[in-house]
Design a protein. Structure first.
Length: 367
């Protein structure tokens, strides 16, 4: 299987990092961007539908406003830079795609837009309609209103979530690195590029460094591995590749993360969420039962953390490590009252007939 999803991938999400789109002086790398637009046009003529997740608004805005540290000295600076730079970013994309006979559309989203189920479905419908019309959506996080606490924080994970919402078969993360290496290639000349990853386990995670190589963006290899986990768990292949060539969509060098069998759309949305309203700790027996496909019963739950309502998303942990995620059948107060109890004792404690589980397997996904 080639590293890059080819024309047999009906829908492709291409993420472009700030270090590729913006030069060191803060200006747009127009010649390179024109090459990307030509690649996209070639794919579209072959019948592929392409959406772009584009960084660069903060970097472009910081240059125009003369802000220190690339506009990242404070949240207020980042928001001002994003508001200023986004209009320039959308215009340059409209220009380069228009030169190829393509129509661009802008979509700005926040974390809540893809974490809230109804808003997620609305975004999904918009993406589907734009792509079916032959439009190239250009998507970015709405950094002008995002807060430090409620945001994606990087466009790698945003690209994976957009891939889910768009029903894409492939996500391509273009960055300033060749892919995932088994050691830091900057300090280890013998570092080996890992061309194919079947599963993202602790061994693979240990290869991730931290930070952005360019210092311009907000992502690093860790965020790319998190994006790969989100994408592959939804049945989407993801590739990390170096975009520092004139026509990077035609390259064959990178790291391919193989898609796992796709979960249902609802369960894929659950698995890809970045936030949860609360946490339920479970014992070893419950953890084993969950992995075998069972619901979470109150008898196996040992602690509740956070305040949540019935229907809210909760993380399920064993010995501090995430095991699963699902929709709670109880609010946090009632859930705490029936910890470690069997169903025949719960009615007396609650004063009403208990539900079959704390988290039902139909609304639960392993992570």
């Amino acid at each position: 299987m080639p590293h890059f999803p080819s024309s047999n991938c009906p829908r492709l999400i291409v993420k472009i990092g700030s270090a590729l789109l913006v030069a060191s002086d803060g200006g747009v790398r127009r010649a390179w961007l024109a090459g990307i637009a030509a690649d996209i046009a070639e794919r579209c003529r072959a019948g592929q539908q392409v959406a772009v997740v584009s960084s660069g608004a903060i970097a472009l805005g910081a240059r125009r406003l003369g802000l220190a540290k690339g506009g990242r000295a404070s949240l207020e600076d980042a928001q001002a830079a994003a508001a200023t730079g986004q209009i320039a970013l959308s215009q340059v994309w409209a220009d380069v795609l228009g030169a190829q006979g393509l129509t661009a559309a802008q979509m700005l989203v926040t974390l809540d837009d893809l974490e809230d189920r109804r808003r997620y479905l609305n975004a999904s419908a918009t993406l589907d309609r734009l792509l079916s019309l032959g439009v190239v959506p250009v998507i970015n996080e709405n950094d002008s209103v995002a807060t430090a606490e409620i945001r994606f924080g990087d466009n790698d994970r945003l690209a994976a979530r957009v891939g889910q919402a768009a029903g894409a078969a492939g996500v391509l993360l273009l960055s300033d690195v060749d892919g995932l290496f088994d050691a830091d290639p900057n300090s280890r000349p013998d570092a080996r590029l890992i061309e194919r990853v079947e599963a993202i386990d602790d061994h693979i995670l240990s290869f991730a460094g931290s930070g952005s190589g360019s210092g311009m963006g907000s992502g690093g290899m860790r965020s790319k591995l998190e994006a790969a986990r989100i994408a592959t768990s939804a049945g989407i292949a993801l590739t990390i590749a170096n975009g520092r060539t004139e026509r990077p969509l035609g390259s064959d060098r990178g790291t391919l993360f193989v898609a796992r069998p796709g979960a249902s759309p609802r369960k894929a949305w659950l698995a890809g969420r970045l936030t949860a309203r609360g946490r339920i700790a479970v014992d070893a027996g419950a953890a084993r039962a969950l992995k075998a496909g069972s619901s979470l019963l109150a008898a196996g739950a040992v602690a509740i953390d956070g305040r949540f309502e019935r229907g809210d998303v909760v993380d399920i942990l064993h010995e501090g490590q995430p095991v699963a995620r699902g929709l709670s059948e109880y609010d946090s107060a009632d859930a705490a009252r029936i910890l470690r109890t069997k169903s025949d004792a719960q009615a007396e404690i609650l004063g009403y007939a208990p539900r079959s589980a704390l988290v039902h397997r139909d609304h639960l996904v392993l992570i």
